[in-house]
Design a protein around this ligand. Structure first.
Ligand code: NAD
Length: 498
């Protein structure tokens, strides 16, 4: 049995707790490795290493830090095939999609390569008589990231790319379900020239997470995962005086107006609903056709597309999606399908019976489709996170706008239409953080920022782009003058610019 160890102070470190988590191959249902789960003391060891490393790393000039990012990008690109294979074998997403996961993370690294430019402060000459004001962005110290299973490469890179480039050291607590790629990334960061301790990986469960949240020397915590845990992490971390950004779950809607290009919209929708077995926080699991004619036609088109969908091994180049991540998750999704039927939605396609010959123990679920889903249903209100598409029929634009706006989650939403005016109004009024106009998965590019609203994100700072730089740095503002010699009287009134 392969053991997946922590990575602390530039070297693999075997777990001391005696506690391990099983890492499965979702294609076969077999345990392929076990991952050490850290204690508070092991986490502290990583923090001590990160504290030491950060002192000198912060003094390395930004251009040299950027060069480490350039080299890291080169190394990851050179190992793309190997990393994608590992990722796919632990997560279950197909190889091409695993490469997409890594590539989207690398795009944040590309942004981090430009860190000298974005770290330049502001300067005002002559803000008062002989007075200049300038600002600088300084790193926070040791920062930590807690990441979900569904993007084991991209989300860690969202976080550590910016944190390290801005002069912090970082402790990553990746998902215990697919922990190998995060360790490989940390090894490559060392190979790229980051000193030992600048990026540490500590595996674990709630014990390690709580240790991070309570540790006095960790100044900021970035979390991505489900909403209840995000809220918990946000509350406990901020109570301990830390900066916390905590991204949560999602239930993204795709609105189809009657004038949409239905052929294109259906193709977009199918990829966004079923890609990665629906295990994306920017998946489109809800479609809202406006008007009966649109709904009926869309349903027919979706059914025809489902017929041609190929579910298969994550290593099969012809497969469009692979298994879900775990046995427990397969059961959870299956239970939601049953609940939807019990709640009175029309189960048009039931993917629960799907099985792949020779891989009967794999965690496969066929594409499932519900029609006549109502906002009062629990299966509509909650995140299913599987290959399940729900049709919620709306009578009007206003009703379609209300659905995502009033939903507890507000991560992403997409509208499909040929009417620019309607799209513009929708984008302006919808109560959701990321909007796609004829774009099914509107994940913003790396130099913009990623973040949802409502229960999809706690805290006010988004991931990556300038918001990421803001999250991992603190601003210092200096007001300076150089008096000419004559002594001035004490001032007892606050100076103003009046
Ligand atoms: P999860 O909440 O189960 O786990 C996320 C992290 O929290 C993991 O590192 C896990 O070890 C840790 N954790 C789990 N239980 C914990 C507990 N009780 N106390 C403390 N820490 C705990 O999420 P997941 O299943 O790995 O990922 C899927 C979820 O993540 C979905 O809800 C999805 O929508 C969400 N997600 C959100 C975004 C976003 O940007 N909004 C992006 C990707 C995934």
């Amino acid at each position: 049995m392969r053991d997946i160890t922590h990575f602390i102070d530039g070297a693999p470190v075997a777990g001391q707790s005696g506690r391990f988590g099983d890492v499965f191959n979702p294609n076969t249902g077999e345990v392929q490795a076990r991952v050490a789960l850290a204690t508070e003391a092991e986490l502290d060891k990583a923090v001590q290493s990160a504290l030491r490393a950060q002192q000198t790393w912060a003094l390395v000039n930004p251009q040299r830090r950027a060069r480490v990012m350039f080299e890291f990008k080169r190394l990851v690109e050179a190992r793309m095939d190997e990393l994608a294979e590992i990722l796919s074998s632990e997560h279950g997403k197909v190889i091409a999609d695993s490469k997409g996961d890594i590539q989207r993370g690398l795009e944040v690294i590309e942004f981090a390569c430009g860190i000298p430019h974005v770290l330049k402060g502001e300067y005002t000459e002559g803000a008062g008589p002989g007075i200049d004001v300038y600002s600088m962005r300084q790193p926070l110290g040791v920062c930590a990231g807690i990441t979900p299973f569904n993007f084991p490469a991209m989300i860690p890179m969202w976080m550590f790319g910016i944190a390290i480039a801005t002069g912090n050291s970082f402790i990553l607590k990746p998902s215990e379900k697919d922990p190998t790629v995060p360790v490989r990334l940390a090894e490559l960061m060392m190979e790229a020239g980051a000193p030992a301790g600048v990026l540490n990986v500590v595996h674990g469960d709630k014990v390690a997470v709580d240790a991070i949240l309570d540790h006095a020397d960790i100044k900021a915590v970035s979390f991505v995962g489900s909403s209840d845990i995000a809220h918990y992490v946000y509350s406990r971390g901020t109570a301990a005086g830390k900066r916390v950004q905590a991204m949560g779950g999602a239930k993204n809607h795709g609105i189809i107006l009657p004038d949409a290009d239905l052929e294109q919209a259906t193709k977009d929708l199918i990829g966004a609903a079923y890609g990665s077995a629906g295990e994306r926080c920017m998946a489109l699991p809800v479609v809202v056709p406006v008007g009966r004619k649109t709904a009926d036609e869309l349903r027919e088109r979706v059914l025809a597309e489902i017929d041609t969908l190929k579910v298969g091994l994550s290593t099969d180049p012809a497969a469009q999606y692979g298994p879900v991540v775990s046995e427990a998750h397969k059961k959870r999704v299956s239970d939601y399908i049953q609940m939807g039927a019990d709640e009175g939605a029309e189960l048009v396609v039931d993917g629960r019976g799907f099985s792949l010959q020779g891989y009967e123990k794999g965690y496969f679920i066929g594409p499932s489709l519900f029609d006549q889903v109502k906002p009062s249903m629990k299966t509509y209100q909650e995140e299913i996170f599987g290959p399940v598409l729900q049709i919620v029929r709306a009578e009007s634009f206003e009703e379609a706008l209300r659905l995502p706006s009033e939903h507890q989650y507000g991560n992403g939403v997409a509208i499909f239409t040929r009417n620019g005016r309607a799209a513009r109004e929708f984008a302006s009024r919808v109560n959701v953080g990321m909007v796609g106009i004829n774009v099914p998965i509107p994940v913003p590019v790396a130099y913009h920022t990623f973040g949802g609203w409502k229960r999809s994100a706690f805290g006010d700072t988004n991931q990556h782009g300038m918001e990421g730089v803001k999250f991992y740095t603190k601003v210092k503002t200096i007001t300076a003058r150089w008096p000419e010699g004559a002594v001035e009287d004490s001032a007892f009134v606050i100076p103003t610019m009046k």
